[in-house]
Design a protein around this ligand. Structure first.
Ligand code: G3H
Ligand code: 13P
Ligand code: ZN
Length: 336
């Protein structure tokens, strides 16, 4: 089947009361890992690429790898989503290439780190919604800013500085007509989110629940949702790495989010950790090896295992076959 609209997948997830993981990719092995996990668990999938991923893969390599994924896994409804589009131009170039969903992250200015004004955010989001919906493409927007700056998407700090204001989230959704709304509840990108297992003082699930009560029909998105499992940290450190002790977002908190309107959960770091740990292990244990397949295959397997586990935990497993894709032209007509 062709790449599908993210709005359709999230509408289905809302009906079924489950969440859909959105996994970041940069290369073939990561796409293969996700598609294999999706096949094994019979899950619909969202594959997302950041600006950095688009540049690393020269854009067209990535797009054609995604077309290969749809050919080889025709039973899996698959979305290609732009993660953290920093400007309308970036979003439009993704739509032109064939992405079926884009994120216009107008919570930050185009530099990806300076918090913007409400008016700026509404303006750029509206521009993207108009262009995207005309083509049946989905738009995710963000209100409030994530912390951290490890990967160039975040306002810095601990994540507590720019939490989403629930009343503003309500206003913003009405002002922009976005399909999905990313909110800031204390998470940040990368491995270093919390210095102990997070409680309600730093991971603001109460804010999320307030937003959901005000916007019960809006698909909420949790960014910075890697759980940073200790076993994956340990493998890296055991084989010569040096990660400082750190905590991510516990899966049970994500599941609480899913019961309260979260339909898309962004995960990148856990997969990065899994792949790096597997590669380190091979290189340390068998230093005579130099064929990239000797370490890329275990890396791909390690990522597949994490993704499959999340697909089950988020509840998307078993739902692929329930989805009959709506062509983008039909989505465009529905938006009209
Ligand atoms: O948004 C964050 C993702 O982890 C992507 O990160 O910009 O380093 O590709 P990246
Ligand atoms: P993690 O760094 O927690 O995996 O978050 C990824 C993300 O939010 C991508 O947009
Ligand atoms: Zn993000």
């Amino acid at each position: 089947m062709p790449l599908v609209s993210m709005r359709q997948l999230l509408d289905e997830a809302a009906k079924g009361g489950y969440g859909v993981g959105a996994f970041n990719v940069n290369n073939m092995e990561q796409i293969q890992a996700i598609m294999e996990a999706a096949r094994e668990t019979e899950s619909p999938v969202i594959i997302q690429a950041s600006r950095g991923a688009r540049s690393y893969s020269q854009d067209r390599f990535l797009y054609h790898l995604m077309l290969a994924a749809t050919e080889l896994y025709p039973e899996i409804p698959t979305v290609l989503h732009l993660d953290h589009g920093n400007s309308p131009e970036t979003c439009l170039s993704a739509i032109k290439l064939g992405f079926t969903s884009v994120m216009m992250d107008g919570s930050l200015l185009a530099d990806g780190k300076t918090p913007s004004s409400y008016e700026y955010n509404v303006d750029v989001t509206r521009q993207v919604v108009a262009a995207a919906h005309a083509k049946g493409v989905t738009v995710e927007a963000e209100i409030g800013c994530l912390g951290g700056i490890e990967d160039g998407h975040g306002a810095g700090g601990s994540g507590m500085e720019h939490l989403t204001d629930p009343a503003q989230a309500e206003q913003f959704t009405n002002d922009t007509n976005c399909d999905a709304l990313a909110i800031a509840i204390g998470t940040s990108h990368g491995a270093y989110k919390f210095n102990k297992k997070p409680d309600g003082s730093v991971l603001k699930m109460d804010v999320l629940i307030d937003i959901h009560n005000r916007l019960p029909k809006t698909h909420l998105v949790m960014h910075g949702s890697s759980s940073v499992p200790k076993d994956l940290q340990d493998i890296i450190n055991q084989y010569g790495g040096s990660l400082k002790p750190t905590w991510g977002v516990p899966v049970e908190e994500i599941q609480l989010g899913i019961r309260n309107g979260v339909r898309k959960i962004n995960v990148d770091t856990d997969n990065r950790l899994a792949m790096t740990g597997a590669i380190r292990k091979v290189l340390m244990e068998t230093p005579e090896k130099f064929d990239p397949r000797d370490y890329m295959k275990p890396a791909r397997d390690a990522m597949k295992k994490v993704v499959a586990q999340r697909m089950v935990q988020f509840g998307q497993a078993g739902n692929a076959k329930k989805i009959t894709p709506i062509p983008l032209e039909e989505m465009a007509a529905l938006y009209r």
